[in-house]
Design a protein around this ligand. Structure first.
Ligand code: IPE
Ligand code: IPE
Ligand code: MG
Length: 224
């Protein structure tokens, strides 16, 4: 059985769920937040140590301002109301992506990271304003300005994901089969599951089923 140390999720389908069920994309984002809580609980139960959640991409700025504002407002409220609970559960929160938000949100994010830095039950990496191409370009720029030789071990020191092992498993909900600029380097050897359900419809049982399948896959890493 494969050990499972790190799950990454592209939580896609909120907008379509909201439109279909409540006639508004934003209500899908709100519903999606409830699923995040369920999945965090199950991740701890499964003794998985890293959970990376794609919440906002560098390309998502192309959406209407109203939707972007709604999303960041949800996030702010979530941080304010839930960070104490996450901390109590010994969850560490880490942001991956460029922290270029409002002053208030930047402060909240930095405070949440600081508050939970010593927690060791689960590390949640929240990908926010995250783009894999930007991460790679920044890493190459910084390594070129350093004394470091350009090799794999040195390059990954310049990623947002420094010190985080690569995902073993990637799940994308929402019936779409693409990576959307997510962890292009880090997913090189991950097992990938595309789930038909929209994110607000996804639940613990779907998650457990995927984990069970993952555990039985033969991972080769180039060997036979
Ligand atoms: C994913 O759901 C959440 C974010 C990108 C913030 P979408 O909002 O992309 O939902 P669909 O894909 O339009 O249904
Ligand atoms: C990927 O979903 C980003 C997040 C889930 C945060 P998108 O809905 O933005 O992806 P595309 O644009 O359909 O590829
Ligand atoms: Mg989408």
């Amino acid at each position: 059985m494969n050990p499972l140390n790190h799950v990454a999720i592209i939580m896609d389908g909120n907008g379509r769920w909201g439109l279909k069920n409540k006639n508004s994309r934003n209500s899908g984002h709100k519903e999606g937040l409830k699923v995040i809580e369920k999945i965090i609980k199950e991740t701890i139960k499964q003794k998985i140590k890293y959970l990376t959640l794609y919440a906002f991409s560098t390309e998502n700025w192309r959406r209407p301002k109203k939707e972007i504002d709604y999303l960041f407002n949800l996030l702010e409220n979530f941080l304010i109301s839930k960070i104490g609970e996450l901390d109590k559960k010994k969850i560490r929160l880490k942001i991956i992506g460029a922290k270029a938000f409002s002053k208030k949100l930047n402060k909240l994010l930095i405070a949440a990271e600081k508050k939970t830095i010593k927690n060791d039950i689960l590390q949640i990496n929240l990908a926010l304003n995250y783009g894999s191409k930007l991460e790679l370009i920044n890493a190459f720029k910084r390594i070129s300005n350093s004394q470091d030789e350009i090799n794999e071990k040195n390059l990954i020191k310049y990623f947002y994901t420094k010190n985080i092992p690569d995902p073993d498993l990637l799940i994308r909900t929402g019936d779409t089969k693409r990576l959307s600029n997510f962890l292009l380097w880090q997913l090189a050897y991950s097992e990938i599951y595309f789930e038909k359900k929209l994110w607000p419809e996804f639940n613990e049982n779907d998650y457990i089923k995927i984990i069970k399948k993952f555990k039985r896959i033969k991972r080769n890493f180039g060997k036979i």
